[in-house]
Design a protein around this ligand. Sequence first.
Ligand code: ATP
Length: 723
Amino acid sequence: MNMQGEATLRLLEKADKEILKLPRDVKGAIYDFQHKFRKSPANPGLHFKQLKGHPRLYSARVNQEYRALLLHAGEADYILVAVKHRKDVYDNLDRFAYQINPVTGGIEFVDLVTIEKRVRHEPSAFEEPKPLFAAFSAEQLLGLGVAEPLLGLIAKITTEDELLGLAEYAPQLTTEVLLGLHDGKSVDEVLDQITTPVTAPEPVDAEDYQAALARPATQVTTDDTALQEVLEEDFGRWRVFLHPTQRKVVERDYSGPARISGGPGTGKTIVALHRVRYLVDRLGPGDDRAVLFTTFNKNLAADLQRRLLELAGTEVAQRVEIVNIDKLATKIVAEAEPGGRHRWIDDAKALQEWEELLLEQEETRWDGEFLHAEWSHVILGQAINSRADYFRARRAGRGRPISREDRAAIWQLVERYVKRLDEKELWTFRQVAERAARLEIERARERASYEADQVSSVKLQRESGIWHRPRYQHVVVDEAQDLSSAHWKMLRAMVPEGPNDIFLAGDTHQRIYGNYVSLGSLGINIRGRSSKLTLSYRTTHEILGAALGLLGTEDWDDLDDGRDDLLGYRSVLHGTRPVLRSASTWEAELDAVVEQVKEWDDVAPAAIAICVPERRMVAEVERRLGKAGIVAAAIGQDGPKLYDAVHVGTMHRFKGLEYQRMILVGVAEGLVPSRHVSQYRETDPLRHRRELQRARSLLFVAATRARDTLVISWHGQKSRFLP
Ligand SMILES: Nc1ncnc2c1ncn2[C@@H]1O[C@H](COP(=O)(O)OP(=O)(O)OP(=O)(O)O)[C@@H](O)[C@H]1O
């Protein structure tokens, strides 16, 4: 060991939990300590010494009372595994155990006394309850990756409370395995879903701590500044501790487009953020704005911008273009057609234009709603721009089949409609996406022909007046399930095919805009490069169970003609069960909302959100809360109008957000699903099914925004999706 030179000091995950609970002055002392230690462990003031019987464990002085426990990982590398009061360190050295987990190859440390305190149960005067894990042998548990030093304690656990006590301080894999078994999963299922994804790919040498330190399964801060951030308290743990499965996905070289899926709250957005940083760190000098980071709506894009700054700092953030997908498309069109004077219209206005056209044309075979959806999803959604292509078009998710003759008539109506909008200088977001896709495909084609002509000198290209550079080197997409085919076509054309070109994160169970795509057919081949996250960091086990129930027994796609599921999706957080509450009238339901929010006076207003199924209800809830003296703010396109308030919004507005406590109101028949859906039951059964599925997804998204507490209420007949 090199005692003279400098040392590295990382922090073990789990240790931070205890450290953050220490008195403020001790944390300050740790801050100074880590500085001194890194400069020279030999500094006599540190009293650096090995602990008896523990060849790799050292103590060092933090202040008069507190000692740091350090695990030597070979060479000059140390891991801070705990900071404890002096009297808790030297009295009973047997309490400390560490190992390289033979399954994951990650370094684990446990303090048996701390864990035992959490697990200890009162001896009962009656017959002792049966230990929870009596049915599993030590070999089975070890094979699943449970930490060996904890086997004795685990054998004593008899209640869920004790199990949760252990979970707080035990290594993560041990916790997940035990909770999985406790939930009734078989050993094989746990092995498959929990252990295998974090198993080391190579044989594990139980003595090689240097190799173990480098594995993603060793959950430590990655550098010295991260340790300081932890000590500065106000930090997002996700910035520092990626779960090994998350880290694997982030730090990989993919030979082409890659996809990460996973249920709500599993950290897909966090992974996308880290991925962006990873890609920027590998850019050459001068490659500014070479990374595009896009998501579905405006307020989420603003949120990504803020979080990337927080994660990676200005220098990285400056090299990334962060923009929501429709704004990006608008930019492309505006660049190609400067001076355009078109005004945006939303779907309601677009529909009105359809109704007027149909009246004028005396057309009754289809209604405006059908035609608008056909035009939006099939024609614009896939960037179809000729009658011939429309004849061949896939109509996935569109329900009732239509004949060739129908297609011809629909195409004609669409042409008239587009002309009509054009004359009025109106356009919809979907039109812009389609136009942007076409422009970008054209641009990519020109670039390819330039490259083929070997006109590669920058000078020549400049002289020709066209920059034949790809727009981006890497594209990262969040909320991928809601992008349309036209969006994907545009993105595909913006980045040359090659390693790490496109990285997308999404969950089709949360699809709420009715865009069904087949990525393979759009030139985005993710086969063999898909991975899945299954551990929810947001929602409790109880809320998650209820939310999964809302999905029913529908089938879900994987964006690529295959199927997706939420197998193995779980949470290690526990809380109260969601409350289901009925009211006789809407008025009574609103009264109950007010009462509930008043009762939650132990949290800040911004920790609470109310979600409604219809837009008109937003103002009603806001008003009612206001009358009761509760500050409430609607969530608009750009996010909440006021931050420090109870947030109120429609289900769509809650996409990607999270709140500590949530009330979903109006979850009644006729509202969830909307009464409009039933009109398709007979006329278009396929469409009927899709619309029901979309309504389920919407409710699923809303319910999974809650971190700790979820209340679902209704008046009249409760929604068919509720148990
Ligand atoms: N490794 C981690 N450590 C701690 N917290 C994490 C970690 N990964 C994610 N989280 C937290 O979990 C929550 C959910 O993360 P995120 O929003 O990335 O999930 P998501 O999969 O994108 O969810 P959704 O699909 O519902 O939008 C956030 O509060 C995030 O900070």
